[in-house]
Design a protein around this ligand. Structure first.
Ligand code: FAD
Length: 588
């Protein structure tokens, strides 16, 4: 196979977090009724000088923001401001088969906004109502009980909040052959016991939930808005919040957040304000990139960085944007005799060593997935990483894209097994590049800068080698005799899609392989850590009337995959806030 073919092949595989789930297992759920959804209005509909004030203004209608807004609206007047559009009627969001097309769409109104960390790893962040749940791979798995204890959550409320989400939007997958092979391979390789179908985080091998239903239709956090009170909940789309407004009058002990400034889809500026109740709050749920970015733009952060961008300092806090982490992922491509059926992540191996093993497959059957235009963030750019930076032009990318059209479909036969490490000790930071909220800040994750992370990656690759040697995987190879690790490592290096320079010893040194082929599984988190930027209740330290509820408060990503816990946290914090204000009368 030509090396460029392998690159494309790998990307097709990578983008495979792309392919449709098939049927679901067990009983089919009653469809969750969305008839109670509040109207989804464009931000331009917000009247100039609008006199309405709110108990809560939530910035970011994402994975945490939607369940939070729905819950608070049961008793209070809530304004939810989301910079992206509606997920409804957008086929790239709603259908799993279009996952990769959505992810590669570079248009300014795409639900996915690509960014490249300074490490050279291509990444993506959501820009749509429903947030990450509209562009992700759908795998649903709860945080471990030790994680819940560590963060200090009320276990009883956690155990009520997870099912609140699950009853509405989560299903069991009917396990696909590649996922069944991984299950058997994991067990034969000693990642035991088999824990069956479960949302729980338990050592061994299991099958988790999914937010895709049996037809491959995606259910998202936006659906959870239907659980709110539509009379109390105003949702504005294409509302990009660029500043939190503070009352810093002299005599105040702390600056108080009182409102926000946002821009609508036509670029017109608006303001929205809280009412005068002392408990009213702005809650930022803009995600691990968007939340630290907005705090910085609003004057909360390291004062020298703020001054560099001429941002008036509201509060000096050197920790805003610090402690950013992304769980490094490395993948091994495994060619097979016949094309495996398409599958996203369904099975996971949870090892005692803090390494998770997952897999996906099925990129050969869909003519669309081979021939579709992936845009600038596609395999073409991965191939560009193999040529000198000055030659990485758009023309070169287009040439690669054209060549891809001529690839025989046979080269897309196979699947891949990936490993990612839990709680990376390597951390980085986020800094503003400019003051335009629409632009990505510069993010650095420093993958594998901590030796323990590298050791765990090597352990993960060795675990994949053990899986590869099992009968189950030998049977899948062209001659039934199995594949050598050297061969699959070689293919995986050549097919890699990050922008990190490769080395000649990549297949001899697993450490070098890990460093050079690191990619993301999009579980980045941090930037507003508890005790540094927010308190135990996620109130921003040093100011009043401002909270953060999203993945930016985490020091480690929960569970094998975070969305379950992030949605749960939105519901959990909503109920907690209601109970704090209303006591038992909250009735939730
Ligand atoms: P988000 O869900 O991103 O919400 C932030 C919201 O704020 C967005 O809607 C954004 O548009 C909005 N926003 C940002 N800035 C502003 C602003 N200034 N003004 C107004 N609005 C703003 N997890 C899993 O568990 N399983 C998976 O299979 C999985 N696969 C993934 C695949 C991909 C491609 C990605 C990107 C993620 C994946 N994840 C997965 C991770 C998971 O989806 C995220 O960790 C989670 O969605 C983050 O939730 P959040 O609430 O912190 O942020």
């Amino acid at each position: 196979m030509a090396s460029s073919s392998r690159v494309v092949l790998f990307f097709e595989l990578l983008a495979c977090l792309l392919c449709p789930f098939e049927l679901t297992q067990g009983k089919v759920k009653e469809p969750f009724t969305l008839k109670n959804l509040p109207p989804l209005q464009k931000a331009s509909s917000y009247p100039a000088g609008c006199a309405t004030t709110y108990d809560y203004i939530i910035v970011g209608g994402g994975t945490a923001g939607c369940p939070l807004a729905a819950t608070l609206s049961l008793r209070y007047r809530v304004l939810l401001l989301e910079r992206g559009g509606s997920p409804y009627g957008n086929r790239n969001v709603s259908y799993m088969e279009n996952f990769h097309i959505g992810l590669m769409n570079m248009a300014p109104d795409s639900p996915s906004q690509a960014f490249i960390s300074t490490d050279g790893v291509i990444n993506a962040r959501a820009r749509v109502l429903g947030g990450g749940t509209c562009i992700n791979a759908g795998f649903y798995s709860r945080a471990s009980s030790s994680f819940i204890q560590e963060v200090g959550w009320d276990e009883d409320l956690v155990n009520k909040s997870f099912p609140w989400v699950e009853e509405k939007i989560v299903q069991w997958p009917k396990i696909a052959p590649w996922q069944a092979a991984l299950r058997d391979g994991l067990l034969q390789a000693g990642v035991a016991p088999f824990n069956g179908y479960t949302y729980d985080h338990v050592s061994g091998t299991k099958v988790g939930g999914t937010i895709f239903d049996e037809t491959g239709y995606r259910h998202t956090a936006a659906d959870l808005l239907a659980a709110g009170d539509p009379d109390n909940l105003r949702v504005l789309l294409h509302a990009s919040v660029h500043k939190i407004v503070f009352d810093s009058r002299q005599g105040r002990l702390k600056a108080r957040a009182i409102g926000v400034q946002f821009t609508d889809e036509n670029g017109r500026h608006h303001q929205a304000f809280l009412n005068s109740n002392k408990d009213s709050e702005i809650i930022v749920s803009a995600g691990a990139i968007g939340t630290p970015q907005l705090l910085l733009l609003s004057g909360i952060g390291p004062k020298n960085d703020l001054k560099n961008h001429n941002i008036p300092v509201v509060l000096h806090n050197k920790y805003v944007g610090k402690g950013m982490a992304d769980n490094p992922m490395n993948s091994i491509f495994i060619p097979t005799r016949s094309p495996p059926r398409q599958s996203l992540i369904e099975t996971v191996g949870i090892t005692e060593e803090g390494v998770f093993i997952e897999a996906s497959s099925g990129f050969g059957q869909s003519s669309e997935s081979v021939h579709c235009h992936h845009g600038i963030m596609s395999a073409e750019i991965g191939q560009l990483s193999t040529i000198p930076p000055k030659q990485r032009t758009l023309e070169a990318a287009q040439k690669y894209a054209h060549n891809k059209l001529n690839l025989p479909k046979e080269v897309f036969h196979g699947g891949f097994i990936l490993e990612k490490i839990d709680g990376p000790l390597s951390t980085g930071h986020l800094v503003l590049t400019d003051t335009d909220v629409r632009n990505n800040p510069a993010v650095t994750f420093n993958y594998f800068s901590h030796p323990q992370d590298l050791n765990r990656c090597v352990y993960g690759i060795k675990t994949i080698e053990r899986i590869l040697k099992t009968n189950r995987f030998s049977e899948l190879s062209a001659d039934g005799a199995g594949l050598s690790m050297e061969r699959v490592l070689n293919m995986s290096v050549q097919a890699n899609v990050n922008l990190i320079p490769k080395h000649t010893n990549d297949t001899e040194s697993l450490e070098q392989f890990c460093k050079d082929t690191v990619i993301t599984i999009w579980h980045y988190h941090g930037g507003c850590h508890v005790g540094k930027v927010v308190d135990q209740h996620y109130r921003v330290l040093g100011v009043s009337g401002l909270r953060v509820v999203d993945g930016s408060i985490f020091s480690r990503s929960p569970g094998t995959n975070p969305q379950a816990t992030v949605m749960m946290m939105g519901r959990y914090m909503g109920v907690k806030i209601l109970r704090e204000r209303l006591g038992r009368a909250a009735g939730v």
